[in-house]
Design a protein around this ligand. Structure first.
Ligand code: NAI
Length: 340
């Protein structure tokens, strides 16, 4: 009996050690735009992530309040708020992952590209600081239009001599989250078991869910259902923008998606094997220089950009249809980065 007790307590000790923060390396995460609609719930979710030891919250206004509030949660991450350009360097220094939800969101009737003029400048400024203060961090770009802001970031980093294509990610996780929810609902499958890859970009028709590769497979969906699910996934953001009627775009579901993606990045950095998420990255999967597809994450960021797998005719057509718009958005970003 005492032998059994001894081995049980040893097991408990080991499993506790497995979950204790001391088993994981120290990781600093910075959120830029942390006082915004996405930033605040994202700060909450990163504060309760056991892989985060230091959480840096930066915004042009409002971060002292958000940081004080979130810092009272009894989880290990140490929270600090930073406000204004003169505190940006300190906010970034030593970061392993930088998440960027800074910028203006859509109002009804706007496309993500309508945000370009304001957000492009914000992203350019923040990425210039990242190149200076934490050039090795993984950058998770949420600010829209992601199809253009990621190429802008790449150009800023190239100019600074710090670009590493393995460390720059456009966050498209919300498209995956939506595709999973809508597919599971329509097919009557348990949503927590469902997976759906979403490729292409992050705006309108450039969002291409691959329901033919969804798992578990469903044989109850008609082609009409697939067309409707595809459209709903592509228009998911607009559904929220209209429902919020002028008060912004997705914030809570985006914060969740951003937290899922940042967690995957941290696990990859910590050497956890087989961490695969869809993301918009530098790519040779198609002829376009940036493209979203499944990506294996590792100790240096992108370990492998995975291919598209087999597409059905509807998806092949969707892929051809998205290329023109995605190419234009990429070029627009590159041109902006060079021109200003
Ligand atoms: P928001 O307006 O509520 O918050 C934006 C925050 O950014 C504000 O607190 C603002 O002060 C801050 N900010 C502005 N300039 C800044 C700068 N130079 N440095 C640091 N912070 C700065 O907007 P929300 O709803 O949080 O959306 C943020 C961005 O995320 C928008 O561009 C939106 O389009 C995008 N978005 C992306 C999604 C995706 O799937 N990738 C989904 C939903 C939104």
């Amino acid at each position: 009996r005492s032998a059994l007790l001894k081995s049980t307590s040893e097991l408990l000790r080991r499993s506790r050690r497995g979950y204790s923060s001391s088993a994981n390396p120290e990781r600093k995460v910075a959120i830029l735009g942390a006082a915004g609609g996405i930033g605040q719930p994202l700060a909450l979710l990163m504060k309760i992530n056991p892989l985060v030891s230091s959480l840096s919250l930066f915004d042009i206004a409002g971060t002292p309040g958000v940081a004080a509030d979130v810092s009272h949660i009894n989880s290990p991450a140490l929270v600090k708020g930073f406000m204004g350009d003169d505190q940006l360097g300190e906010a970034l220094e030593g970061s392993d992952v930088v998440i960027i939800p800074a910028g203006v969101p859509r109002k009804p009737g706007m496309t993500r590209d309508d945000l370009f003029n304001i957000n492009a400048g914000i992203v350019k400024g923040l990425c210039t600081a990242i190149a200076k203060y934490c050039p090795n961090a993984l950058v998770n770009m949420i600010s829209n239009p992601v199809n253009s802001t990621v190429p802008i970031a790449a150009e800023v980093f190239k100019k600074a001599g710090t670009y590493d294509e393995k460390k720059l990610f456009g966050v498209t996780t919300l498209d995956v989250v939506r595709a999973k929810t809508f597919y599971a609902g329509k097919a009557g499958l348990p949503v927590s078991e469902v997976n759906v890859p979403v490729v292409g970009g992050h705006a309108g028709v450039t969002i291409l869910p691959l329901f033919s590769q969804a798992t578990p497979a469903s044989n109850s969906l008609s082609q009409e259902d697939i067309v409707a699910l595809t459209k709903r996934t592509q228009d998911g953001g607009t559904e929220v923008v209209e429902a919020k009627a002028g008060k912004g775009s997705a914030t809570l579901s985006m914060a969740y998606a951003g937290a899922v993606f940042a967690d995957a990045c941290l696990k990859g950095l910590n050497g956890v094997p087989d961490i695969v998420e869809c993301s918009y990255v530098q790519s040779t999967v198609t002829e376009l220089p940036f493209f979203a597809s499944k990506v294996r994450l590792g100790k240096n960021g992108v370990e492998e950009v995975l291919g598209l797998g087999e597409l059905n005719d509807f998806e092949k057509q969707g892929l051809e249809n998205l290329k023109g718009e995605l190419k234009d958005s990429i070029e627009k970003g590159i041109k902006f980065a060079h021109g200003n």
